[in-house]
Design a protein around this ligand. Sequence first.
Ligand code: HEM
Length: 538
Amino acid sequence: RGPDTYSPTGQKTGAPQDKVAQAGEYLTTAQGARLYDTDHSLKAGPRGPVLLQDHHLREKITHFDHERIPERVVHARGAAAHGVFQGYGTAEGISKAAFLGKDVETPVFVRFSTVLGSRGSADTVRDTRGFATKFYTSEGVFDLVGNNIPVFFIQDAIKFPDVIHAGKPHPDREIPQAQSAHDTFWDFVTLHTEATHHTMWNMSDRGIPRSYRMMEGFGVHTFRLVNAEGATTLVKFHWKPKLGVHSLVWEEAQITAGMDPDFHRRDLADAIEAGAYPQWELGVQTFPDTDDQMFQGIDLLDPTKIVPEELAPVQPVGLLTLNANPSNFFAETEQVAFHVGHLVPGIDVTNDPLLQGRLFSYLDTQITRLGGPNFGQLPINRTHAPVNDMLRDGMHQTAVHRGVAPYRPNSLDGGCPFLAGADTGAYIEVPADVPAGRKVRDAAASFDDHFTQPRLFWLSMTPTEREHIVSAYTFELNKCYEQAIKERALLVLANIDADLCAQVAAGLGLPAPEPTAALTDPQPSPALSQLGDSWPLD
Ligand code: HEM
């Protein structure tokens, strides 16, 4: 199945895109002239030399020379599929987004990815996985650009280049390719203790999913939904796989990385081809949109924190089914461009400083990656809603715009008949209050507690899961060259749980340190403390 094509104004033309480049019975040049031979260059006699005038040779090789585009700066390796999202209508009371309406069916494209490895790296490495969904809704594109882990390493987007520099291969040797087993990664996450929670999830079985089809997905940030009456609700998005959550064990992951580095993308494509369509339920945890955007002592703007489902259950709002493989990896999986700023009426952002920075980053990087500002016209990125913007020209412009006055109001193009305004179903930002305060480069004190949630995570694990976590920390830290980094990592673990720390210390052959007051000072929320009392399983 090829992607559908759309006219410059967004009207579906129906012709499959691949026909555009593959029409007719004859082999031709890119300009449509029929070729009589594409296997031999034009030479002065059969043994050459080759003539510079061979324009077909030069067209063919020049095009080949430019086939590669930059890989994504993060999430370079991925696999994707087409599908459909069906709204249950259960979210209608809290969001006016049309695609959440009862039985509304919306085409989607979902790309799963690893974060740190290059395009050619192995699938089953220990890493976070991306879970990005493009909803081609009747009101424009909505992208839910999430991960399979519900928290993030950092609390402010200004640290993103730093955490990625630390996680990518060392600049001198360009190793390791796609794992957390190295000095710069552990240096960063032990010097930035807000990374402890995400790191703990990575060291758990969640870091080595069995299949993309068996992963949860999370929007991570808190979003703000708004209903038809203008009432707002804060939410966190969750994808729950119908197949349940399953992981590899570490030995399987390592062997599979060697024997079948394409394991996850093969699994996804094979399942869809066999008709075993993977499904996820989309759900939301909901929180009152209070002035402080806190819930039971948890700062909803801090992306290193979850809200336990015991405190706010996930309520299903729709069903995602992936039912078709891409027909061309480059055209679709490689060229798709997700952006947290692709929003539709009914869904808005919050002040989470990580989310605010992401709102800048995606469009910016895609201008480089996809060669200019018109990548929205690529078939995979095109909205299914009619487009009538005033953007013009630029690299790779494929629309032939009519009219002379791309501004409004104007008195030339038929008196500017295009409608805009509040009563047109337009996207309107929620007029939320901006907190009064001074300009500061600071984090809120409510972002300070870095250990309570990793501790809850550890305590909520079964004995087998805990064994896996201990082994993962031991394996990865043993790869570090610097003793001081291992010791600092143990200090972080001491502040989570003495038993965890002691077991990893034994694996590293180092003494287990005592927790430090400075690291444990901030007080956890009372609701979390109570959960902590009830969670230990053994
Ligand atoms: C790509 C998720 C934080 C910058 C991606 C992708 C996902 C993702 C899933 C891959 C999209 C695809 O499949 O094409 C997340 C999540 C984050 C996060 C869940 C935190 C909650 C950030 C931050 C920044 C950032 C803070 C920068 C300030 C990027 C960039 C790309 C990317 C530059 C490559 C996009 C492209 O080339 O199309 N992210 N990300 N991300 N992310 Fe993030």
